[in-house]
Design a protein around this ligand. Structure first.
Ligand code: GLU
Length: 450
C-alpha cells in the first residue's frame, strides 16, 4: 500500500469532515484550523497516516442528545435540548465543561469538544476530552428555575458520566451555583458521594482552591512566559480584556497583580473603559454578586465610561485578552489593534479570534497565544481537583496556584519547543496543535484501532 502524502491525507480528511458535518460552521472552523498546521508532523510520522489517526480523531467517540423538560415560575412547561459529546478518551476519562447559552448547538459543542482534546493533552494531566451543554438561557431566570433546569438536565446526564468515565465542569453560563445543583441531583439519584464526578465544586464541599480563578490567571501566566521569551513583560502595560465572567475577571486580577493596567470589560450589551484601571471589587459585585449589566459599573464609577457601539478592540493597548466567546475578534478588529500597537494577543476564551485575524497578527509579528494552550489552566486545575478528590485531600491556595503556574510554564515550553521543531519558532498555533497531536496520536497508536 502506498501512503498518501501529508497534503493529500489532510485534504481527504478535511473533505470527509465537511461532508459529514455539513453546516456545522464552528466545528469545521476548529478542525480546519488544526489540520492546516499538521503537515510537518505527518511528514515526520507517516505511521500516523497509516494508522488512520486523524480519520478517527475528527469523529467523536460518542454523542448524546436529550430532551430537558422543566417548569418555570409560572408553572409553564419549558423544553430545552441537552447534549454531551464524548470526543476522545485515549489519554483519560472524558473531561470538559458544560455551556448553557442560547447559541449552543451541536456544532458549537463539537468545536469545543474538539479543542478540548488538544488543550487537555497539553496540560499533561491524563484527561480525555468531552463537552456538553444546552440552549437554556440563564439570563433573567430565577435561581429556582435554574435549579429545576439543572436537576432535569442531570436526570438524563447521570447515565453518561462518572468519576472514571466523564467528568463535566463549568463553561459559559455554568458556574459553581449550577455545579452545586447538578452535583446535588447526581448524589440523590446515585446515592453516592462521588466527589470526582464534577469539577468546579464549591471549596467547602470538594472543590479546589483557585479553580474559579484558574483560567484567567493561567492565561496571564502564559502571556507572561510568551512576553518574557521576547524580552518583554506585563508590568506597566495597558491591557484590554473582553468579557466579564470568571475568565475575564481573573485575567484582569492577575494582570493587575503583575503590575499591568487592565482597562476594559464587556458583556453582550456593550463595554466599559476605565482609564484608572478596572476596580475589581466593583466588577465582582456588579457581575458576580448582582448578575447585573456591565453598564452598572460605569454608573457607579466616575473614571469609567460605558460604550454600546464597536468593541473593546477599538481601545488602544499593548496587551489583549479575548475572554468572552468564539469569533469575537475579527480581521477588522485585528487591523485596528495592529495600527494601535498591540504586542500580544492571548486567548482566554475558546477560539475567540477568527482565522483571518490570527493570520493578520502573525504576519504583523504580534505574539499570538491560542486558547487551547493559553486557557488550559482551567481544565488543568480541574484535573488537580480530581486528584484531591481521589486522595480525599485538600491543598491550600499557595500550593494550588503554584501548581497552576508550573503547569502553564510547561504548556508554554512544550508549545514553543514544538513550534521550533516543526519549523516556525514562535508560531504558538502550530506549536500547540503539533505538540498536542503527537501526544494524542502516539497514545492512539499504542492502544490499537478502536
Ligand atoms: N470549560 C473549561 C474549558 O474550556 C473548563 C473545562 C473543565 O474544567 O473541565 O476548558
Amino acid at each position: 500500500m502506498t501512503l498518501p502524502t501529508p497534503e493529500t491525507h489532510l485534504r481527504d480528511v478535511t473533505r470527509i469532515v465537511e461532508h459529514r458535518s455539513t453546516g456545522e460552521q464552528e466545528f469545521l472552523q476548529s478542525v480546519r484550523e488544526v489540520l492546516d498546521t499538521l503537515g510537518p508532523v505527518l511528514a515526520e510520522h507517516p505511521e500516523f497516516i497509516e494508522a488512520g489517526i486523524l480519520d478517527r480523531l475528527v469523529e467523536p467517540e460518542r454523542q448524546v442528545i436529550f430532551r430537558v423538560p422543566w417548569t418555570d415560575d409560572q408553572n409553564r412547561v419549558q423544553v430545552n435540548r441537552g447534549m454531551r459529546v464524548q470526543f476522545n478518551s485515549v489519554l483519560g476519562p472524558y473531561k470538559g465543561g458544560l455551556r448553557f447559552h442560547p447559541t449552543v448547538n451541536l456544532s458549537v459543542i463539537k468545536f469545543l469538544g474538539f479543542e478540548q482534546i488538544f488543550k487537555n493533552a497539553l496540560t499533561s494531566q491524563r484527561i480525555g476530552a468531552g463537552k456538553g451543554g444546552s440552549d437554556f438561557d440563564p439570563a433573567g431566570k430565577s435561581a429556582s428555575e435554574v435549579m429545576r433546569f439543572c436537576q432535569s438536565f442531570m436526570t438524563e446526564l447521570v447515565h453518561h458520566i462518572g468519576e472514571d468515565t466523564d467528568i463535566p465542569a463549568g463553561d459559559i453560563g455554568v458556574g459553581s451555583r449550577e455545579i452545586g445543583y447538578l452535583f446535588g441531583q447526581y448524589r440523590r439519584i446515585t446515592q453516592r458521594y462521588e466527589a470526582g464526578v464534577l469539577t468546579g465544586k464549591g471549596v467547602g464541599w470538594g472543590g479546589a482552591e483557585v479553580r474559579t480563578e484558574a483560567t484567567g490567571y493561567g492565561a496571564v501566566f502564559f502571556a507572561q512566559e510568551m512576553l518574557a521569551r521576547a524580552g518583554q513583560g506585563i508590568e506597566g502595560r495597558r491591557a484590554v480584556v473582553s468579557g466579564s465572567g470568571n475568565v475575564a475577571t481573573y485575567a484582569i486580577e492577575k494582570v493587575q497583580q503583575l503590575g499591568g493596567k487592565a482597562i476594559t470589560a464587556s458583556d453582550s450589551s456593550g463595554y466599559i473603559v476605565d482609564e484608572a484601571g478596572i476596580d475589581l471589587e466593583l466588577l465582582k459585585q456588579v457581575k458576580g454578586v448582582e448578575r447585573a449589566r456591565i453598564s452598572e459599573y460605569a454608573e457607579r464609577r466616575q473614571s469609567a465610561r460605558y460604550v454600546t457601539g464597536g468593541s473593546v478592540w477599538d481601545v488602544p493597548a499593548e496587551l489583549a485578552f479575548p475572554c468572552a466567546t468564539q469569533n469575537e475578534l475579527t480581521d477588522v478588529h485585528a487591523k485596528t489593534m495592529i495600527a494601535n500597537g498591540v504586542r500580544a494577543v492571548t486567548e482566554g476564551a475558546n477560539m475567540p479570534t477568527t482565522p483571518e485575524a490570527v493570520e493578520l497578527f502573525q504576519e504583523a509579528g504580534v505574539l499570538f497565544a491560542p486558547g487551547k494552550a493559553a486557557n488550559a489552566g482551567g481544565v488543568a486545575t480541574s484535573a488537580l481537583e480530581m486528584s484531591q478528590n481521589a486522595a480525599r485531600s485538600r491543598w491550600d491556595r499557595d500550593k494550588s496556584e503554584s501548581r497552576l503556574h508550573g503547569i502553564m510554564r510547561d504548556v508554554h515550553e512544550s508549545t514553543f519547543d514544538a513550534s521550533e521543531r516543526y519549523g516556525r519558532p514562535g508560531d504558538y498555533v502550530l506549536g500547540a496543535n503539533s505538540a498536542a497531536f503527537v501526544t494524542v496520536a502516539q497514545a492512539m497508536l499504542a492502544q490499537g484501532v478502536i
